[in-house]
Structures are given as structure tokens and as C-alpha cells.
Design a protein around this ligand. Structure first.
Ligand SMILES: NC(=O)c1ccc[n+]([C@@H]2O[C@H](COP(=O)([O-])OP(=O)(O)OC[C@H]3O[C@@H](n4cnc5c(N)ncnc54)[C@H](OP(=O)(O)O)[C@@H]3O)[C@@H](O)[C@H]2O)c1
Length: 276
């Protein structure tokens, strides 16, 4: 295997969840960022005295990237640097103003959900999707390895599906857990118990998925073809809860049938309740 490229200095612009986690992980790896910054004091101050060839991570909100890229692109000398963003759904094309100004551009997306503070410890072990022209890609790969992530080069065409998968696995899971907690609260459980009791269940489920794969991990009434229990659940819910439950259980039923955990006739009986 080719030797990893030497680690380039890295500066971070945008110190929110991602920027803070990355800066903390770099410090923990003994490779602190060359400089960090944001809106105040702004792009010119960040570039000031940076070594040519420094990689500048633009970790601002996705919807601010075009404007921030244009601000950096107006600075004389920006072409001496490489700019990458941390957005999952897009490739380097988001940084077009910088590419037009002659800078190298790429993407460096750590597949993780970072908290407002203290996300550094979640970086190692995460996957990291990279994009950019060859020499920059080699440098991003070295950075990903220094952070103990799993680097993966992803073609631009795969990025929308890659990010949609991430959003389903992470963000949709959060919404489902909020809905589950609300069902417990509506049933009269104390908020502390309602907030806590689902976590060991989810952890166990994730462990099953990691160890067995989703097909064998599925437990519960759908995996048993138990339509009576689904009917009982629906009776305990309000309209909007039932709507979401039906949609998710239709998806679960299709998955159980496709993975041969239930027969076609069991799936039909479950759907009869869910579409009732
Ligand atoms: N959060 C995650 O778990 C996660 C995971 C993977 C990738 N990412 C990616 O990381 C990037 C940053 O997301 P985030 O979650 O870290 O967002 P965030 O927590 O909202 O932080 C964004 C940072 O950028 C700054 N900023 C916003 N607009 C700016 C502008 N026009 N000029 C200068 N600074 C500006 C914000 O400053 P103010 O507070 O002053 O607005 C804030 O410090 C996004 O591309 C996102 O897709 C995030």
C-alpha cells in the first residue's frame, strides 16, 4: 500500500459542532489546527500568515457555504490554499468560486452526529468521506488516518444517496425516539423514566444490528407476524401518532417479508391492520 502523504497544516473556519469536534480531535492526536476562526474576525484574518498549502476546512452551515466560499475567493492569494467543506450531500462543486479563483477544493465529511460541545472523542472510529483532485485527496486521506477515522473516497454521484442514508439512520432515528418518548409520557410515565428507558433498548438493538445484520436483528410483533398486537398498539394512539406508526410498520413489514422473516400471507395480515 502507498505511504500516506505528509500531513498538511489545517485551519478551521466555523467553530460550531463540527469545527469544535475536529479541532479537539486534532489536538488529541497531537496535530493541533494551525488556526481556527469564524465570522469574527472573518476570512482575511484566518488566512493571514497561514503557510501556503494549508488546508482550510470551511465548517459553516451548509446554506452559508456559497457565501463563505465567495468571501474567501475575493481574497488575494486564496489560490495558494486548499479549501474543503464538511457537507455530506455535496462534492467540491459547492466551492466553485474558490475553484474559479485557482484554489484546490474538496470535501471532508465525518459520518458522525456531533453534540454542541465535546464531540472530539466521537471522531476516531467514524467513517470519513473524501472528495477532491488527486494530490489533495492524498492529503485528506492522511488527515483522516491521523484522526483514526476510516477514509472512503466517494464519487460525487454517490453523495446524495450516501447522505440520505446517513440522515435516515441518524436524524430519523432521533425523531422516532422523540415520538416513542411522547407515547410513554401520554401513557402517564414520569419524564425521567420516559427519557431513560428507551436508551438501553436502542443500544441493544444497535448491537444486534452490528453483530447480526438488520435481517437477523429484527425482533417484535412484525417479525412474528403478530397483527393482533399491532391492532392493540393503534388503539392506544392519537391520530398523528397512529399515522407515523402505520407508515413505519408498513416499512418494517416490507423489510421482514423481503428478508423472509415472515411469509407473504403473514405480511398480508399485518398490512390489513395497518391499512385499515
Ligand atoms: N453537526 C454534525 O454532527 C455534523 C456532522 C458531519 C458534518 N457536519 C457538517 O459540518 C458543517 C458545519 O455544521 P455544524 O453542525 O458544525 O453547524 P453549526 O454547529 O451550526 O456551526 C456552524 C458554525 O459556522 C458559523 N457560521 C455560520 N455562518 C457563517 C458565516 N456566514 N460566516 C462565518 N461563520 C459562519 C457559525 O457561527 P455563528 O454561530 O456565529 O452563526 C458556527 O460557528 C456543515 O457542513 C455540516 O453539514 C456536521
Amino acid at each position: 500500500m502507498a505511504k500516506p502523504a505528509a500531513l498538511s497544516p489545517l485551519a478551521i473556519y466555523g467553530m460550531g459542532r463540527f469545527g469544535n469536534a475536529l479541532a479537539g480531535a486534532l489536538r488529541a492526536a497531537g496535530k493541533p489546527p494551525a488556526r481556527t476562526g469564524g465570522r469574527d474576525p472573518g476570512p482575511a484574518a484566518l488566512l493571514h500568515k497561514l503557510k501556503p498549502g494549508t488546508i482550510i476546512m470551511l465548517s459553516v452551515r451548509d446554506d452559508a457555504l456559497a457565501q463563505v466560499a465567495a468571501e474567501f475567493a475575493r481574497l488575494p492569494g486564496c489560490k495558494r490554499f486548499a479549501f474543503v467543506h464538511a457537507c455530506g450531500a455535496w462534492g467540491p462543486e459547492l466551492l466553485q468560486p474558490l475553484a474559479k479563483a485557482g484554489a484546490k477544493t474538496g470535501a471532508f465529511h465525518i459520518l458522525q452526529s456531533f453534540p454542541p460541545q465535546g464531540g472530539a472523542s466521537r471522531v476516531a472510529g467514524s467513517w470519513c468521506c473524501l472528495a477532491g483532485p488527486k494530490p489533495l485527496l492524498a492529503k485528506l486521506r492522511s488527515l483522516a488516518l491521523a484522526l483514526q477515522t476510516h477514509p472512503l473516497e466517494l464519487p460525487d454521484s454517490a453523495r446524495p444517496a450516501y447522505h440520505a442514508a446517513a440522515v435516515l439512520a441518524s436524524n430519523a432515528l432521533v425523531a422516532i425516539l422523540a415520538q416513542s418518548r411522547d407515547l410513554l409520557l401520554d401513557a402517564g410515565l414520569e419524564p425521567e423514566a420516559a427519557g431513560a428507558m428507551l436508551i438501553p433498548l436502542v443500544m441493544g438493538t444497535l448491537q444486534n444490528v452490528a453483530e447480526l445484520g438488520p435481517e437477523k436483528a429484527l425482533t417484535g410483533p412484525v417479525a412474528r407476524g403478530d397483527y393482533m398486537t399491532l391492532r392493540r398498539h393503534l388503539k392506544a394512539m392519537n391520530r398523528s401518532q397512529a399515522l407515523a406508526y402505520r407508515k413505519l410498520m408498513v416499512l418494517t413489514t416490507a423489510f421482514a417479508e423481503k428478508s423472509r422473516r415472515i411469509t407473504h400471507s403473514q405480511a398480508r395480515a399485518l398490512r390489513a391492520v395497518l391499512f385499515d
